[in-house]
Ligand binder design. Structure first.
Ligand code: NAP
Length: 236
């Protein structure tokens, strides 16, 4: 049984991922703020799921949060936030929150959990960071794009620093059918759709399946990459 920690494992892509892990018999500790949603999968009452309430903007208390994590084989930095604010007059508070949730907390969690991840177990420890196409192409929410670009870079940096003892990869989805899609204005959604090969957005399950593969079965030689999940909308 793998011991998995998923930030934002209570909703959208994260919840689809929680379901995949527990269906495979792994335990999941979810870190998020709100566990009241009813999205189909009854994670709140699942015996393999632990719900840990925590606001990831609370950077000072991350060391305390980490003490609640007894055993870990897999860390999924999935939680994220996007605003509908452009660069003009971006409020400092929103900028700080965006940077905290999207880049500082994920990097701090990797730092703080590295020793626990390295404790010998039957699995090579793995980390998957949920970045975004926003970090590759630029984004109207400038701090979202900047933070996701940083997360892709941090993925490469950590994979080298851990020298294969912890496998670290990222994914970069284009728009996905979750609540976050509501923060993309309709004209921009249409532009995105036109760029995809099959004219549709990704489902949360498709992204979860990709992350799950990188967190479990992908060859260990795949290390330090960012997997594009974008239906041809950003070929490179
Ligand atoms: N949907 C897309 O179009 C898309 C595209 C590319 C990448 N992504 C990335 O995919 C990841 C998951 O997003 P999603 O699409 O599944 O959207 P979502 O349904 O809105 O989920 C966002 C998740 O982040 C958590 N979160 C946000 N702020 C938090 C905070 N301050 N503290 C703790 N947890 C927080 C939320 O939980 P609580 O609100 O309960 O705290 C929720 O679980 C994000 O990193 C996002 O940037 C999404």
């Amino acid at each position: 049984m793998r011991h998995v920690v998923i930030t934002g494992g209570n909703k959208g892509i994260g919840l689809a991922l929680t379901q995949k892990f527990v269906e495979a018999g792994d335990s999941v500790q979810i870190i998020a703020r709100d566990f009241s949603n009813q999205e189909g999968f009854d994670y709140q009452n699942h015996p393999l799921v632990i719900c840990t309430p925590f606001d990831l903007t609370d950077l000072e208390n991350l060391p305390g949060l980490v003490t609640s994590i007894a055993k870990i084989d897999v860390l999924i930095n999935n939680a994220g936030m996007m605003e509908q604010i452009t660069y003009e007059g971006y409020p400092d508070q929103q900028r700080n929150d965006s940077l905290a949730v999207n880049i500082i907390a994920p990097v701090k969690l990797i730092e703080l959990l590295a020793d626990k991840l390295k404790v010998p177990s039957e699995y090579t420890p793995r980390i998957v960071n949920n970045a975004s196409i926003a970090g590759q192409i630029g984004h109207p929410d400038i701090w979202y794009g900047i933070s996701k670009a940083g997360l892709i870079n941090a993925t490469k940096a950590f994979s080298k620093a851990f020298e294969g003892k912890i496998i670290v990869n990222a994914v970069a989805p284009s728009p996905v059918e979750t609540d976050m899609l509501d923060n993309i204005p309709p004209h921009r959604q249409q532009a995105f759709l036109k760029n995809t090969i099959t004219g549709r957005f990704a489902t949360a399950e498709e992204v979860a399946e990709s992350i799950h593969w990188l967190a479990t079965e992908s060859p260990e030689y795949i290390n330090g990459i960012c997997l594009d999940i974008n239906n041809g909308s950003f070929p490179r």
